[in-house]
Design a protein around this ligand. Structure first.
Ligand SMILES: Nc1ncnc2c1ncn2[C@@H]1O[C@H](COP(=O)(O)OP(=O)(O)OP(=O)(O)O)[C@@H](O)[C@H]1O
Ligand SMILES: [Mg+2]
Length: 253
C-alpha cells in the first residue's frame, strides 16, 4: 500500500505520517516512510530514527542527476536513474534509518544556499516510486512538502491513496478544493484528515468543504502532540482516530 500525505504548510503532514507509521508498525507491517520534503529537517526525530543520508547521494549526488536531466532535455521522461526494480529489501542499507519496525528514506535535502533548484529530487522521487514493488504487508508512507508541487512532480500518481491533512484554516479548505480536482484527474482516491480541530472549527470545516464524506478521521488539537513535536521526540502515541484511519485504508486497498 502506497499512501501519500499532503496538505498546507504546518497542517500536520509529518506528524500524521509519524503517527500512521507507528500504528502500522504496531501491526507488524513493513513500514517505509519516504521523506520527499527537501526543506524540512525534523521528520526523523518524530519517527525516533537517526537522520538518513540523502538517497540522492547513492546515485552520485545532485550534480550527476542534473547532468542526466540536461542530457535528456527536453524529454525528461528519458532520464533513467534505476536499472532494475526494487523491493523494500533492496534499499541500500547505508541510506536507510530504522527504529521499531519503521524505516526512513529521505530523497534529498537542500543543504547550501544557491545550490540550484530541487528538480533532481523531484525526478528521483518519481522514479523511486515507479520502481518500487511492494509485498502484501508493505506500507509506504510518503511525507510531502507543503502545497501541490508533489502533483507537478508526479509523486501522487503512484499512490493507492492520497491523504490530505486540513488544519482549521481557510487556506486548507481552499487547498482541498484544488487537490480534490487533481486527485480526480489522476483517478486516485483522496481522503481528508482534519487536524488540530475542536468542536467549533470541526463544524466550520465540514460546512465549508464540498464533500464531507471524504473525511476519514479527525485529530483534535492535542497538548501531548504539540509538546512531543516541539521537543523533537518520537511520536509514538497511540491515537484512536489514527488506528481507525489505518484500518479503513487496509479495508479499502
Ligand atoms: N493534532 C495536533 N495537536 C497539536 N499540535 C499538532 C497537531 N498536529 C501537529 N501539531 C503540531 O503542529 C506543528 C506542525 O506539524 P507538522 O510539522 O507535522 O506539519 P507539516 O504539515 O508537516 O509542516 P510542514 O509543511 O512544515 O512540513 C508541529 O509543531 C506539530 O507538533
Ligand atoms: Mg512536514
Amino acid at each position: 500500500m502506497k499512501i501519500v500525505i499532503c496538505g498546507k504548510g504546518g497542517s500536520g503532514k509529518s506528524t500524521i505520517a509519524a503517527l500512521m507509521a507507528h500504528e502500522y508498525a504496531r501491526q507488524k507491517k513493513n513500514v517505509l516512510v519516504v521523506d520527499t520534503d527537501e526543506s524540512n529537517m525534523g521528520l526523523y526525530s518524530i519517527l525516533g530514527t537517526d537522520s538518513p543520508k540523502d538517497l540522492m547521494e547513492y546515485f552520485g549526488g545532485k550534480k550527476v542527476i542534473t547532468e542526466k536531466i540536461m542530457a535528456a532535455m527536453p524529454d525528461v521522461s528519458k532520464v533513467k536513474i534505476f536499472k532494475t526494480k526494487w523491493i523494500l529489501g533492496d534499499l541500500p542499507e547505508d541510506y536507510v534509518s530504522h527504529k521499531n519496525g519503521i524505516s526512513l528514506v529521505a530523497i534529498g535535502k537542500i543543504h547550501d544556499a544557491g545550490e540550484g533548484c530541487a528538480c533532481p529530487m523531484g525526478i528521483l522521487a518519481n522514479q523511486f516510486f515507479e520502481n518500487l514493488s511492494l509485498g502484501e504487508d508493505d506500507v509506504v508512507i510518503t511525507d510531502t512538502e507543503a502545497g501541490i508541487e508533489h502533483f507537478g512532480r508526479g509523486i501522487d500518481r503512484h499512490a493507492d491513496f492520497i491523504l490530505l491533512v486540513l488544519d482549521p484554516s481557510n487556506e486548507s479548505v481552499k487547498l482541498s478544493e484544488k487537490i480534490s480536482e487533481m486527485a480526480k484527474g489522476l483517478d486516485i482516491p483522496l481522503y481528508l484528515i482534519l487536524n488540530k480541530t475542536d468542536r467549533e472549527t470541526s463544524a466550520i470545516i465540514k460546512e465549508k468543504i464540498s464533500d464531507p464524506s471524504q473525511i476519514l478521521g479527525e485529530i483534535p488539537a492535542d497538548g501531548e502532540i504539540l509538546n512531543k513535536g516541539l521537543r523533537g521526540e518520537e511520536m509514538d502515541i497511540q491515537i484512536q482516530a489514527i488506528g481507525k484511519i489505518a484500518g479503513t485504508l487496509e479495508s479499502l486497498k
